[in-house]
Design a protein around this ligand. Sequence first.
Ligand code: HEC
Ligand code: HEC
Length: 240
Amino acid sequence: MKTLRPQKSIAGHTLSNTAVKALLGAAAFGAGLALTLLAASPAKAATGNPEAAKAKVAMCIGCHGIPGYQASFPEVHKVPMIAGQSAAYLAAALTAYQKGDRKHPTMKGIAASLSEQDILDLSAYYETLGKDLPAKAGKGGAPSAAVTALLQRGNCLSCHGENLNKPIDPSYPKLAGQHGDYLYVALKAYQTQGSASMGRNNAIMAGQVKGYTHAELKQLAQYIESLGGDLKTVPQSRFK
Ligand code: HEC
Ligand code: HEC
């Protein structure tokens, strides 16, 4: 089973047999859920056209095309890197803003203006954007004992994969190297379910973040930011 490899160790820390079994259980659960989601969503069957997206990205690059660009509402943090993220996850995220499962007001407004085909095209475009640029290098080194324990408690690698950069399902996000302040806001958002104006409704991640303090989520976010991975912000100057 190819999902086994990343679960065996967290950057060199060997897990116990029971831990591996628990991780496998979570992975099987995640994969089963993903299949259900795929079956339920006709959008995933259609394909995106990255060429067609070139006429549509003007709406995105003012924020996602400026390295280090800060969003200031409702919380100050960097806009997430989306170039190099997997298309199926980008489409799932945009659909979640559109449906209101993700409450971020700006992204909700933007997603509301997109058709299903726009979402597929933009997602396909951003998946390949920046593939020609060098990958972000990580700081290296094993996580601290405290971070290792936090990662094991939430079985993070069982779904987000080796180095948190190889998710077991394309509709799950790559995390490695993502801006830490954004990751922290995203993790906290999964702790708020069912609110009309805040948080993110997602059954899988709600289960994962339950029981973590904000300080622990921040520690996880800072560690994940230090990893090397595929995610990038490709500057606006490259669009001509
Ligand atoms: C005004 C700034 C702004 C613009 C314009 C904008 N975004 Fe965003 N985007 C954000 C912010 C801020 C977030 C983080 C929202 C949150 O916390 O959920 C985000 C999140 C996202 C995410 C989720 C990323 C993840 O890792 O889950 C996707 C996908 C996305 N944007 C795609 C787009 C696309 C495609 C466009 C153009 C059609 C666009 N955005 C335009 C600011 C912007
Ligand atoms: C059972 C599978 C599973 C496990 C275990 C899991 N995740 Fe996730 N994670 C997901 C899925 C699916 C999403 C996408 C949710 C959505 O669409 O909003 C996600 C989303 C995220 C996001 C948002 C990324 C973004 O770009 O907005 C972060 C951050 C995250 N996970 C971190 C973690 C951490 C840290 C752990 C361990 C404490 C963890 N995850 C454990 C499946 C999992």
